[in-house]
Structure formats: C-alpha cells, structure tokens
Ligand binder design. Structure first.
Ligand SMILES: [Zn+2]
Length: 136
C-alpha cells in the first residue's frame, strides 16, 4: 500500500490535481451514469466517457496555470447558482420566523423578522429607508 501511494505521489508531482471543477465533473458523471442505467443510450455513454477523459486529463495536467483559469471560470458561473440555492434553502428553513426582501436601492437581500403588516425598514448596507408589507 505504501509503495502504491509513493508511486502515485511521484506521478502527481508537478501536476494539477483535484479542484472544484473536478468535483462538479464527478457529480455530473455520476448523474449521467445513473440516467444511463435507465435509458441505456450510446450517446450518453460517449458524453460520460468524454467527461471522465477530461477529468483525468485535468488531474494529470502539468499546465497548472491553464487548469486554474478553467476552474476560476467555472466558479464564476457556479458561485451565483450556489448562493441562490443556499438562499432558497435558508428561506425555507426560516419560513416560520423570517421573511427575505430585496433592498430597492442596492439590491441586497434583507432578512426581516416575521411581523405581519407594514414595516419601516432601513437597509443596513446603504441606509435606504423603505416600507415593506408582509401579509403572511
Ligand atoms: Zn440597500
């Protein structure tokens, strides 16, 4: 076991390795594999093979600069999606106690305590005062 680990670490020396894009590709290939078990499409198999090839290529690549740029591009696309998803989860979790509203001035999302009626709100980011009506 130690010899395999040593061989692998010698192989990986100077190579790019694993990043967020790798994990996303892994999740994508697992989804493709699961879907393909049901539909058994050769096109899907080819796409899966392509994703796996790209994953292996990226891990073992020595052009770390280019791989890092790819990962940054991916994160620029992914981070807003992840943030929106986590806000949705939070809205559901805090449904009984809070409401989330967007500031009309700076577009930041504000977390307001649940009080039915019209609230006078001051945005903590830009100090804009506005009224929010919470019905339920
Ligand atoms: Zn604001």
């Amino acid at each position: 076991m130690g010899k395999i680990k040593e061989t692998l670490s010698r192989f990986m020396y100077g190579r790019y390795g694993i990043d967020q894009l790798y994990y996303a590709s892994l999740v994508l290939s697992i989804i493709l594999m699961t879907v393909n078990m049901a539909v058994r499409s050769s096109i899907l198999s080819a796409v899966m093979l392509a994703v796996l090839t790209v994953m292996i290529f990226r891990i073992s690549s020595r052009n770390t600069y280019k791989r890092r740029l790819e990962n940054e591009t991916f994160l620029k696309l992914w981070n807003p999606i992840a943030a929106s998803f986590s806000l949705t989860i939070r809205r559901i979790k805090e449904f009984r106690t809070h409401r989330f509203r967007t500031c009309p001035q700076c577009r930041k999302t504000l977390r307001l305590p649940l009080k039915k009626g019209t609230l006078a709100v001051t945005c903590p980011h830009c100090r804009t005062r506005f009224k929010v009506r919470i019905r339920w």
